[in-house]
Design a protein around this ligand. Structure first.
Ligand SMILES: NC(=O)C1=CN([C@@H]2O[C@H](COP(=O)(O)OP(=O)(O)OC[C@H]3O[C@@H](n4cnc5c(N)ncnc54)[C@H](OP(=O)(O)O)[C@@H]3O)[C@@H](O)[C@H]2O)C=CC1
Ligand SMILES: Cc1cn([C@H]2C[C@H](O)[C@@H](COP(=O)(O)OP(=O)(O)O[C@H]3O[C@@H](C)C(=O)[C@@H](O)[C@H]3O)O2)c(=O)[nH]c1=O
Ligand SMILES: [Mg+2]
Length: 309
């Protein structure tokens, strides 16, 4: 049930947006973010009115503690930007990944539903099997290929089951100037090597963490106004590319000379299998929230600049 708390939040945010003509957060609004060091968490930390909690303050291996923190702090909204994201390592550590990516967001969602405040949780293209070439829609059947995808899918199910004003934002191929990601790996390898072989048969939308943070903030704001918008949404950068082409574009932007040869996924064996088709159909998010796919080539310019300074 969405109660008085929810109503106050909606009014606070409404006043801010009217006065400032900005789709941004209010000084008076208090948004709790799980995660502090991660790619998306670091971008969320740039907003006013947010409090990021790290592993020491809230360990997702203890879902009950995460829920208790929400109940004690009574925030106006919660965004979960913490997760077990080591895709290959998850294959041998599935129980831990499942608590962190499954049970913890479930507990957070229930605590938010009890308080009557919006909850935004981030999920992944890896909940899909990757068959075909059509872009995945929100209602398409899931079929994760590995432990990470299965653990994130459990999180989706538990968040949905909690009810409340939730949004599950499925994104893909997150990149930023911080933490571990493909762009940073390519900037390092591209400076060391003359040539690289990169998989060319996995296709998806690279998504700057900064754009994900902005989307999460806007979704939380709109959910406060209209909990009827609760649901699963896709959000990925455009245009879709292969990892090989993404590497080429990264080298071009960075001015690095490194030849890229396309290889099939079968020539790049990893403990976890990745989906070949990671294309996400993002129309629903645009229709309901007015949020469009960001052009990752714009974000890439910023990331390369920020990494090299
Ligand atoms: N990275 C990607 O390519 C993609 C990510 N996603 C999803 O987007 C979201 C954000 O990902 P991203 O920013 O890349 O994540 P990162 O891998 O950059 O960061 C993960 C964050 O989670 C925290 N964390 C991990 N385990 C715990 C724990 N037990 N308790 C508390 N905090 C913990 C980490 O903290 P610490 O520093 O202490 O380890 C870190 O802050 C996640 O839900 C992820 O599944 C979706 C699609 C693609
Ligand atoms: C370094 C390197 C990678 N690759 C391939 C491996 C892989 O298929 C692809 C990308 O490598 P990564 O290690 O970034 O892949 P990965 O960690 O699986 O990335 C995924 O992370 C999780 C958290 C998600 O949710 C996904 O959306 C996705 O971003 O590039 C090469 O082909 N050659 C190389 O030299
Ligand atoms: Mg990775």
């Amino acid at each position: 049930m969405l109660g008085i708390q929810h109503w106050i939040f909606s009014v606070k945010w409404g006043i801010w947006t009217r006065d400032n003509n900005l789709s941004n957060t209010s000084r008076d609004v208090n948004i709790l973010i799980f995660g502090q060091t991660g790619q998306v968490a670091r971008e969320l930390a740039m907003y006013e009115g947010v409090t990021c909690v790290d592993r020491a303050a809230a360990d997702l291996e203890d879902p009950g503690a995460c829920a208790a923190l929400i109940a004690a702090r009574r925030p106006d909204a919660v965004i979960n930007a913490a997760a077990y994201t080591a895709v290959d390592k998850a294959e041998e550590d599935e129980a831990r990944a499942t608590v962190i990516n499954g049970d913890a967001p479930g507990a957070m969602a229930r605590a938010c539903a009890d308080l009557g405040v919006p909850f935004v949780s981030i999920s992944t293209d890896y909940v899909f099997s990757g068959t075909g070439t059509r872009a995945w829609q929100e209602a398409d059947p899931t079929g994760p290929l590995g432990a990470y995808g299965r653990s994130k899918l459990k999180g989706e199910h538990l968040v949905q089951a909690a009810g409340g004003a939730y949004a599950i934002l499925r994104t893909s191929w997150v990149v930023s100037a911080h933490g571990h990601n493909f762009v940073k790996t390519m900037l390092r390898l591209g400076a060391e090597r003359d040539a690289l072989t990169i998989v060319g048969d996995q296709i998806g939308g690279p998504t700057p963490a900064r754009d994900i943070a902005a989307a999460c903030m806007e979704i939380a704001r709109q959910l406060a106004d209209d909990p009827g918008k609760a649901g699963i949404y896709h959000f990925a950068g455009a245009p879709n590319v292969s990892w090989a082409d993404f590497a080429r574009e990264t080298f071009a932007v960075a001015g690095l000379t490194c030849a890229v040869t396309d290889i099939p996924s079968s020539d790049y064996p990893t403990p976890a299998q990745r989906p070949l088709n990671s294309r996400l159909d993002c129309d629903r998010l645009e229709t309901v929230f007015g949020l469009r796919r960001p052009d990752w080539r714009v974000g890439l310019q910023d990331i390369v600049k920020e990494v090299s300074v």
